[in-house]
Design a protein around this ligand. Structure first.
Ligand SMILES: Cc1cc2nc3c(=O)[nH]c(=O)nc-3n(C[C@H](O)[C@H](O)[C@H](O)COP(=O)(O)O)c2cc1C
Length: 364
């Protein structure tokens, strides 16, 4: 049967992945309230389409940090992609490159920065950074990212510790023995320890620096000229701090609802961040993007581009690089239909008034 939407890929992947991996990829934190909300909140927004506006030609191109992209959707960092398919991060990144999208490599990848760069030389790549207690290790990661031609650092700000993902604890999640955290070969920071609970949480607690503050961005800035993007911002207050400390952009994100439950959906948090810093910083979003309409809604509310996490992992699990290519084609076609059926020829035509909260109609 042809796969025609992200849910189809999700179903396929769910039937193919073994439980330890599937639970790791799909879980959210706590009761998983926000996990559902990330998708549902998009459905509470209504489109106000315009018609009879020549949409015979579309231009979906956009420029982010000097990089020309074919359309405003990239791939968010997700850890340990070889657990989904042997093509792993390289397959995912190549598919992103073919689609003219950005690929963000996780610190906790099963492919090293260097191998990813060699394997997907033509893809626009950013590196997602966690700050380790061992600052020299962190500094080495930054230097390696620069050397390997990554174009931005994505500092994840919402993970001083990892959230409580119940199934990972129940499963005593650990990385399968034949895989490793490839950025740390030969380093103490390699390996996911399992000691009763979730191995990944044990790892994070022992390695990540939970004492970091916004001030540490100054430390990062003197190490690198790469633009720094704060990922995981959910409030205007933190967005303002990101600006104050010299970040070039923010990704409005709740980490795919994997950190703290009952925070807002990313799309709900977007307007306050755009209002606070949208004129000064590049505001982006991830979380719950499942179809073309969702991309459109995020852009109408002020995001410059959006990212997908799980959907790409599901494409990868289904059929490696080809699966991700197929998934991106499905999403791109869907976004093109949304653009045409709302009367938008280019991203500049997407106006904020074209998306309203459902309450707009109940007031009439
Ligand atoms: C399996 C999995 C692993 C993730 N690993 C990371 C990571 O290593 N670093 C990070 O900053 N975010 C990580 N995230 C969060 C994603 O970057 C992104 O914020 C989230 O997946 C977006 O939501 P979506 O899955 O609904 O698209 C992970 C998410 C998932 C689902």
């Amino acid at each position: 049967m042809e796969l025609v939407c992200v849910e189809d890929f999700e179903r396929k992947a769910s039937s193919q992945l073994e439980k330890n991996a599937l639970d790791y990829y799909r879980s959210g934190a706590g009761e998983q309230f926000t996990l559902g909300l990330n998708r549902e909140a998009f459905k509470r927004l209504r489109l106000r389409p315009r018609f009879l506006r020549d949409v015979s030609q579309l231009d979906l191109g956009c420029m982010i940090f000097g990089q020309q992209l074919k359309w405003p959707l990239g791939i968010a960092p997700t850890a340990m992609q070889k657990m989904a398919h042997p093509d792993g991060e390289i397959g995912n990144a190549r598919a992103a490159g073919k689609a003219g999208s950005i690929f963000i490599l996780s610190t906790l990848s099963t492919t090293s920065l260097e191998d990813l760069s060699a394997g997907a030389p033509d893809t626009c790549k950013w590196f997602q950074l966690y700050i380790y207690k061992d600052r020299s290790l962190t500094e080495k990661l930054v230097r390696r990212a620069e050397r390997a031609n990554f174009k931005a650092l994505v500092l994840t700000v919402d993970a001083p510790v990892f959230g409580h993902r119940r199934s990972d604890v129940r499963n005593k999640f650990s990385l399968p023995q034949h895989l490793s955290l490839a950025n740390f070969r030969g380093e103490q920071a390699n390996g996911v320890v399992t000691m009763g609970g979730s191995g990944i949480n044990e790892y994070v607690a022992s390695q990540f620096d939970a004492s970091i503050t916004w001030e540490d961005i100054n430390w990062l800035k003197q190490l690198t000229h790469l633009p720094i993007i704060a990922k995981g911002v959910l409030t205007a207050e933190d967005a303002v701090l990101a600006r104050e400390f010299g970040c070039a952009g923010v990704i409005v994100s709740n980490h795919g609802a994997r950190q703290i439950d009952t925070v807002p959906a990313s799309i709900e948090a977007l307007p306050e961040v755009v209002k606070a810093v949208g004129n000064d910083l590049v505001v982006m979003l991830d979380g719950g993007i499942m179809q073309g309409n969702d991309i459109f809604k995020a852009l109408a509310l002020g995001a410059k581009t959006v990212f997908i996490g799980r959907p790409a992992v599901y494409g990868l699990a289904y059929n490696g690089q080809r699966g991700v290519e197929q998934l991106l084609t499905v999403l791109r076609n869907d976004f093109e239909i949304t653009m045409k059926l709302t009367g938008c020829q280019s991203l500049g035509d997407i106006q904020s008034g074209m998306v309203v909260h459902e309450s707009f109609y109940s007031k009439l």
